[in-house]
Design a protein around this ligand. Structure first.
Ligand code: COA
Length: 370
């Protein structure tokens, strides 16, 4: 017998974490954030996103204990008021449990007036999105989705359909087809009157957060699931980065001191998180082996597009990454419909995505299968 319960008591949190620990037991690639950091994500005082995001968590319990979990999420900032999300989805390989969890999320969203369900999205579309459907052999970068391959079948059997795909491309800073052309475009852009590229000052999270939010809110509006970023959220994001980011790889492009573009490249500390669970050899390889990066955000406001601003940002970043010994990484996530970015990457950087993440949906929010 399966029981679905709402997470609202202290001991439920233990069960919430236990679900994932059991599912990924023995999986060397699983890279969870520390449990206390995950708890803070749901804490209103700690996470400013919860000012407009409402999240209800459910657990599936059977006679063996907790075997699945899901979140039903609504975001007041989402322009499409019909849509709610499911997230934090983990389950053992059982259709009965997966369907019961997805039904619980659908019911919760329906009671909040939603007509469509999309996901996985944790906790909103500016955070962790997509189900890994290709590229299981590659380690996940920090904060990127990772899941067992059987989730895809469970969702599809439950009546969920593909809404869109998001790609992750491998990135080698020392390999750019025609680097000379990139540098030439960057040089041309450096002649835009009043232009400069500078590192983001992580000691001024509110000021820099304001600039980051301004660029995001102008540049990302065409992206699926766009929600405006508040200054407080952007500041929170920058504060969190203080503990692991390399400030030289977080840059703004400004024209006359006004922000026009941003490039956020983060060192992948996932290997350090994994190292604690590894054999001594893999641990040493992970700590002292090749250093990895993730190009997480590249954005230019519409008025400054097609002027080479992105080339200016990325050309500088490649030089810094090489100087600092980063020699591999990932560019993610790029939506399948983002023709410009996919064209730039596949023609100038690397031929093919190495991971695909899928967003699923049920256009009509009925409970159970279609
Ligand atoms: C995608 C985006 C950042 C491009 O910015 P842009 O400044 O208009 O880019 P440009 O067209 O001026 O590109 C300049 C040149 O640099 C090249 N270039 C860009 N990045 C490169 C890279 N990593 N390696 C090699 N060449 C690169 C481009 O190919 C282009 O040359 P081309 O015209 O010969 O193809 C911008 O349109 C945007 O902000 N879009 C919305 C946000 C988004 O989609 N971000 C990506 C996903 S996070």
């Amino acid at each position: 017998m399966i029981e679905i319960i709402k997470v609202n008591r202290e001991n439920h949190w233990q069960q919430y974490f236990q679900v994932a620990r059991e599912i990924y037991r023995g999986d060397p690639l699983w890279t969870p954030l520390p449990e206390n950091s995950q708890r803070l994500m749901f804490n209103r005082q700690a996470n400013p996103v919860l000012k407009h995001v409402v999240c209800e968590l459910f657990l599936a319990i059977n006679d063996k204990g907790p075997v699945g979990r899901i979140a039903a999420i609504t975001d007041d900032f989402l322009p499409d008021k019909k849509v709610g999300f499911f997230g934090c989805f983990e389950t053992i390989n059982s259709q009965e449990i997966a369907s019961a969890l997805l039904d619980a999320a659908a019911k919760s969203l329906k009671s909040r007036g939603k007509k469509q369900i999309q996901g996985p999205v944790t906790l909103n579309t500016s955070q962790q999105v997509g189900l890994l459907v290709e590229g299981f052999k590659f380690p996940p970068q920090m904060m990127m989705p990772y899941n067992p391959p059987y989730y895809q079948k469970l969702l599809e059997t439950a009546g969920f359909e593909k809404l869109l795909d998001l790609y992750a491309y491998p990135w080698k800073p020392d390999y750019t087809r025609n680097r000379k052309t990139l540098t030439a475009i960057a040089k041309r852009a450096s002649r835009i009157p009043g232009v400069r590229v500078r590192p983001i000052n992580l000691n001024d999270p509110m000021g820099e957060g304001n600039r980051l939010a301004e660029i995001h809110n102008k540049a990302m509006t065409e992206q699926w699931g766009f929600v405006p970023l508040t200054q407080e959220e952007a500041a929170h994001y920058l504060r969190e980065m203080r503990s692991y980011a390399d400030p030289d790889l977080l840059t703004f492009c400004e024209v006359d001191h006004q922000p026009v573009g941003v490039c956020l490249i983060m060192p992948d500390v996932g290997h350090e998180l994994r190292a604690s669970r590894m054999s001594p050899f893999s641990m040493l390889h992970n700590i002292f082996g090749p250093k990895s990066l993730r190009v997480g955000v590249l954005a230019v406001i519409p008025e400054y597009r097609r002027k080479g601003v992105v080339a200016l940002l990325i050309d500088r970043a490649i030089d810094i990454a090489l100087r600092k010994g980063y020699n591999r990484g990932e560019m993610s996530l790029i939506m399948d419909s983002n023709e410009q970015m996919n064209r730039i990457i596949t023609s100038k950087v690397v031929g093919k995505a190495h991971k695909v993440f899928r967003i699923y949906h049920k256009p009509n929010l009925q409970i159970g299968k279609n």
